[in-house]
Design a protein around this ligand. Structure first.
Ligand SMILES: [Zn+2]
Length: 268
């Protein structure tokens, strides 16, 4: 079972597409195609799109499932971690039998149950300042679904430098937040949150916990932002931070300051 996917590299489940929908694709994506903002042309766009999901945990699980189900043609999955028992309450890509396995492996198998025609790029290592730009450069949109401030700033800086749009989200306890960064069109994560706090200053999910379904809500919103960006429709969360409070069951929108307030996307 563990040998079904290569540890690293690209998995083709089917031959490359030809640029138009075949009969089976029309059936699979019929409920997408009925939406005026998608249509057949939009579905072809999604099938020709490349999205990178960084982090295959509580946020990455729903984001990856919905991106794959929506018909994104090529998805990169990046995570260096292995599945732990304490992950299963929210990281729905992975099951009990996956404990101890690489998250990229169990995620690839979960997605293979959903799609036979997807192209998956497997990055089973930590995203660092050395490799981030090389990896991110190959995608149209990035879903930042990491769980540390260090990774969030790293992904932000690489995306802004490469002018790659991406979705940020974070969850803790019964709260969540998300914003979309389109370099040149709005503020980046660093414009809003400044510098990464010193270790131990901010609580992590390992200390404060997180309700699994809260991560499910935020990860699904990230997938929606990716799909909207790729289709070129709707209003993205650019310049707006959306917060979610599951106890009060309220969403709040916070208007963000303009871009250019940090050392990454500023004039320097
Ligand atoms: Zn900035």
């Amino acid at each position: 079972m563990n040998n079904r996917f290569p540890k690293w590299g690209t998995v083709f489940f089917m031959a490359l597409r030809t640029g138009h929908l075949d009969e089976i694709e029309r059936k699979i994506y019929s409920r997408n195609i009925l939406i005026p903002e998608v249509g057949e042309a939009g579905q072809v766009k999604l099938l020709d799109s490349r999205v990178l999901v960084i982090g295959l945990g509580g946020l990455g699980s729903p984001a990856l499932y919905y991106l794959a189900a929506s018909g994104i043609g090529k998805i990169g999955i990046a995570d260096h971690d292995r599945v732990d028992l304490s992950n299963l309450q929210r990281q729905i890509l992975h099951g009990h039998r996956d404990v101890g396995r690489q998250k990229t492996q169990s995620a690839a198998e979960s997605i293979a149950r959903l799609r036979t025609d997807i192209r998956l790029d497997i990055h089973p290592f930590k995203i660092t300042s050395e490799n981030a730009r090389d990896i991110i450069a190959g995608y149209d949109f990035v879903v930042e679904a990491t769980d540390s401030f260090e990774s969030k700033f790293l992904v932000n800086d690489a995306c802004v430098e490469l002018r790659k749009p991406y979705s940020h989200a974070g969850v803790l306890g019964t709260f969540g937040q998300t914003m979309t960064v389109v370099p040149g069109e709005g503020p980046c994560f660093r414009c809003v949150f400044g510098e990464a706090p010193a270790g131990g200053v901010v609580e992590s999910t390992a200390e404060a916990g997180v309700l699994g379904c809260v991560a499910g809500v935020l990860g699904s919103l990230q997938a929606a932002e990716a799909v909207k960006y790729l289709l070129g429709c709707g209003r993205l969360l650019v310049g707006r931070l959306l917060t979610f409070d599951a106890l009060a069951m309220t969403f709040r929108e916070i208007q963000l300051p303009p871009a250019g307030r940090c050392g990454i996307c500023g004039p320097q």
